[in-house]
Design a protein around this ligand. Structure first.
Ligand SMILES: Nc1nc2c(ncn2[C@@H]2O[C@H](COP(=O)(O)OP(=O)(O)O)[C@@H](O)[C@H]2O)c(=O)[nH]1
Ligand SMILES: [Mg+2]
Length: 442
């Protein structure tokens, strides 16, 4: 027996297709079922009714007229009804019975039929193969959604190149995308065609995202400055560099009287390093190890000092108990102390995020970036600090005390970026230097 299949929105549409195909020939419907069809990559499929049928060769009435009659309320076509509702008899030999899914009237499925449809759809939903395909499609969709737009085939080659350079500098995907998005929105095709012009704009936009800490010019006397941060990032060296900078006659500043207090709460004996420096510079260095000790040292030091620099003994940021103790001791400084968090430029982005979070209770107002000389990739630092809205106060770029320190400036970061041809003149106009804020030892 030859069988045929038609699909349509409903039975009417299926019969119209059958009529177009076979004219007035008599047919017997063998099976009806709902199928899902179409949809790009399996997304947004349509549900269709599929009718399987065969041609009848006896000379009975045309089933299509019966179907039409049923819509106007007349009796349904009998042969058709009996063949399907009893599952036997009038159908051709070997034709399968399927009484549950077919109405003799050609009307859309109802009642049990709806139930059948629900079952079919439910069983499709439980099929592990289908579930796996759905999950894969979902994965692909997520990857496509989050994929860097720069990978798109229609992305301008200059933007693709810029994306590569930004990634090479360790900028985060979010930061990279924000720069590319801005370029797509704001730049003309003419500028995109000129890579030098595009990267000049990108440098400007990166520069705009670097927040520089504004030093308060009207400090209380003495100015209290505390450095906190993980071990080995360069806190003690930076304290020494700051002491030398503020304690000497640099860039027309009046030399300040400096005192240094080291909080050695954990008795690790790091005294020698800063004491040697203090002796050399003629700066007094005091060691304290508790709240009361710090309170007294500040009270005593306040008499003759313009500035008190407070060095802390860094502990692993994971050691929250030690951080808690340090926090408690530092509370002796009161609300007017400036707290700077020291981070090495070589720290990877995810670790910088953790450090920022761990030291948040210290209420730091700015970040000191050390070891700029040890990396060409500053995108990590720039991205995380921009994302968290933290500003930078100082940068250090070498082990030499006192000379390897500068007050933070946007150009210092932009000049360090790898694979950018920096147009200094342009950038200096955009981010002018304030000579009074420059540290010139060389
Ligand atoms: N290359 C480089 N090394 C630095 C810099 N600052 C500090 N260091 C070195 O980092 C190491 C730890 O410095 P230290 O000040 O003792 O760190 P602390 O544990 O945070 O006090 C020392 O060897 C310093 O010389 C810097 O800017 N560049
Ligand atoms: Mg130290």
């Amino acid at each position: 027996m030859l069988t045929y299949v038609e699909q349509g929105r409903d039975l009417d549409e299926c019969f119209k297709k059958i009529r177009r195909r076979f004219g007035d020939a008599r047919v017997q419907v063998l099976e009806q079922r709902f199928v899902t069809a179409g949809g790009l990559l399996g997304l947004f499929p349509r549900e269709l009714l599929e009718v399987k049928y065969c041609l009848l060769s006896d000379g009975r009435n045309n089933p299509f007229s019966a179907m039409a009659g049923s819509r106007s309320g007349s009796a349904p076509y009998q042969g058709y009804t009996s063949a399907l509702s009893t599952g036997a008899g009038t159908g051709p030999p070997g034709a399968p019975a399927n009484s549950s899914t077919v109405t003799a009237t050609g009307q859309p499925l109802r009642g049990n039929d709806e139930e059948e449809k629900r079952k079919i759809l439910a069983s499709a939903g439980k099929d592990p193969a289908i579930l796996q395909v759905l999950s894969e499609v979902r994965n692909i969709k997520e990857i496509l959604d989050t994929a860097n737009d720069s990978q798109k085939a229609d992305e301008h080659p200059s933007l693709r190149r810029l994306a590569g350079v930004l990634r090479g500098n360790d900028f985060s995907p979010a930061f990279t995308n924000s720069i590319l998005d801005r370029a797509r929105k704001e730049l003309s095709l003419e500028i995109l065609n000129d890579y030098q012009e595009l990267q000049d704009r990108a440098l400007e936009w990166i520069g705009e995202r670097i927040s520089i800490h504004e030093e308060d010019q009207f400090h209380r006397r003495p100015r209290l400055m505390v450095l906190v941060g993980p071990t080995g990032v360069g806190k003690t060296s930076t304290i020494a560099k700051l002491a030398a900078f503020y304690g000497t006659d640099r860039a027309g500043r009046k030399p300040q009287t400096i005192k240094i207090i080291t909080i050695d709460a954990f008795k690790v004996g790091a005294k020698a390093q800063i004491e040697t420096f203090g002796n050399y510079m003629g700066i007094s260095v005091e060691m304290v190890d508790n709240y009361e000790g710090l309170r007294k040292a500040v009270a005593l030091g306040s008499a003759g000092a313009d500035m008190i620099l407070i060095d802390t003994i860094g502990k692993s940021p994971r050691d929250s108990k030690k951080l808690g103790e340090m926090h408690q001791i530092l509370s002796a400084l009161g609300p007017h102390a400036e707290v700077h968090l020291v981070i090495a430029a070589t720290t990877k982005a995810s670790d910088i995020e953790i450090i920022l979070q761990q030291f948040e209770p210290f209420n730091f107002q700015a970040v000191v970036i050390t070891k700029l000389d040890e990396t060409y990739r500053l995108g990590n630092v720039i991205s995380v600090l921009a994302d968290k809205g933290k500003s930078i106060s100082y940068v250090t770029d070498g082990q030499k005390v006192p000379r390897d320190i500068q007050i933070a400036h946007t150009l210092r970061f932009l000049g360090c970026l790898d694979d950018f041809t920096v147009n200094r003149e342009k950038l200096e106009k955009r981010f002018p230097r304030d000579e009074s804020k420059m540290i010139r030892w060389r």
